[in-house]
Design a protein around this ligand. Sequence first.
Ligand SMILES: NC(=O)CC[C@H](N)C(=O)O
Length: 487
Amino acid sequence: MPPAPRALMIQGTGSNVGKSLLVAGLCRALSRRGLRVAPFKPQNMSNNAAVTADGGEIGRAQALQARAAGRDPVTDMNPVLLKPESETGAQLILQGRRQPSQEAAFYQANKGALLGTVLQSFHRLAASADIVLIEGAGSPAETNLRVGDIANMGFAQAAAVPVVLVGDIDRGGVIAQIVGTQAVLDHADRACIAGFAINRFRGDLRLFDRGRDDIAARTGWPCFGVVPWFDQAWRLPAEDMMDIASRPGGTCKVAVPQLPRMANFDDLDPLAAEPAVTLEIVAPGRALPGDADLILIPGSKSTRGDLAFLRAQGWDIDIQAHLRRGGHVLGLCGGYQMLGQSIADPEGLEGPAGRDPGLGLLQVETVMTGDKTVIRRHGTTRHGGLPVCGYEIHLGRTEGPDCARGWLEIDGRSEGAASADGRVRGSYLHGLFAEDAFRADFLAGLGHTAALNYEADVEHTLDALAEHLEQHLDVDALLRCAAPIRA
Ligand SMILES: NC(=O)CC[C@H](N)C(=O)O
C-alpha cells in the first residue's frame, strides 16, 4: 500500500508576507524531488481568479502553485473564494461556482458552516497527492476572526495539519510578529505550530542570527530558515492587488489606470516582463501619462462602480486626449464594457440596479446577466490567424455594430470589437498576451518589438525559486514535519 498522503500548512503573521510565493516555490521544489504535490488554500479573497478546465474559478495563486507542481488547477485547490465587490460585500465562489453575493458580516457569522465543504475538497485533492501544501489566509493572529475560522487555525485543527508560521522581515518588526502571534493564540492553536520561517530578508544573512535565535528562545519553536528576498518574484503572475507594480522597461509605454475593483490583471504580467515595455500603473490622483503608446483598461469586478471612479479621476478626459494624439486604447473584459455606449445592470448584480453611459469609444452596449460565463478559450486572430489562448470570466453580454470588427475568432465566431480606425479595441478574452506570437504582433502594431518567451520565462523563474528555497529553507525538516492526513 502506498504511504498515506501528508500535509503541511504555511500561515503568515499578516497578509502579504509572501505565503503564496513560498508555497509555489515549495510545490516546485518538492515536485523536483519526485513527489506528487497538490496546493490547497481553504479560503481565499481575491478578484484575480483563474479558470479551471471544468469551468470553475479559483484564486490565481493556487493556479500558479498548481503549475509549479506540474498539474492542472482544479476547483478543490481553493474551495472558498471571496471576490470583493464593495467595501462590505463580496461574491462567494464555492468549489468553483458562484453563489449569491454576501455581506461581510453575514459571511463572518456563517463561514463555519463551510468547513465540511472545505474538508471534502481537501480530502478529494489529497487522494491524488503524496503531499498537500496548504496556504493560510491573512494571519491566525486576527483573533477577532477566530470563531468559525476555516482559513487558518480552524482548518489546521479540523484537519490536524502542522503549521509553519512565516514572518516578513522586510516590513519590520519580525521578532514581534512571531513572538506576538504566539502570545495571542490560545493553547490549542499554538500547539498546531511546528516552527517558524522568516521571509524577504535583504542583506547579510549572518546579521540576523541573533534575531532568529531570540525568536526560537522566546517561542520554543525551531526555525526552518531565513529566506532572502527573491528578486525575480515579479516575473511570476501576481494575485494580490498590492503586488501590481509599475515596471521600467523600453520605450513602449503601457499605462493602466489603477481601478479599485480591478480583476484578472494577470493580463499585465507578460507585458511587464517584455523588455520593450514600460508598464505604468497610474495611481488615483495622477493623470494618465501623455506619452503612452497604449492605455489598457483592465477587467473589473464592478464595471459601473469602477467606471464612476475612472471618471472621478478625470481619466476619461485623459483617454480622449490620448486618442487625439494618435494613441491606442485596449479594454479587456470590464475595461471593454466601459469603452461602449452603455452598461446596464437591471438586476443589480454588481451593485445598485441601473444603467450608466459608457465612455462612448466603441459602438457596443453591455447588459449584465445572471448566468456567469467562466470558460477557457482557444482561438486565433482574425488577421494573420495567430493562436490566442485565455479565459473568459464575466456576467456581461456585449453587442453592437463595432462587434462586426471583432479582431479574434473563437469557436467559429467573432470576438471583441474595434473602432473604425482600429485604435480602440476591446475583448472579453483574458490572458491573451501570454501567447508570444500574438504579443509580438500586438506590440508591432504599436511600433515596438517583442523579445520574450513568456511561458519559458515563468518556468525558469519557478525553477529559480525552488532552488532559492532549497538553499535557504530546511526542506528536509519541513518534509519530516508534514503529518499523514487522517481519513
Ligand atoms: N472579469 C471582468 O472584468 C468582469 C467584468 C464584469 N464585472 C462582468 O462580470 O461582466
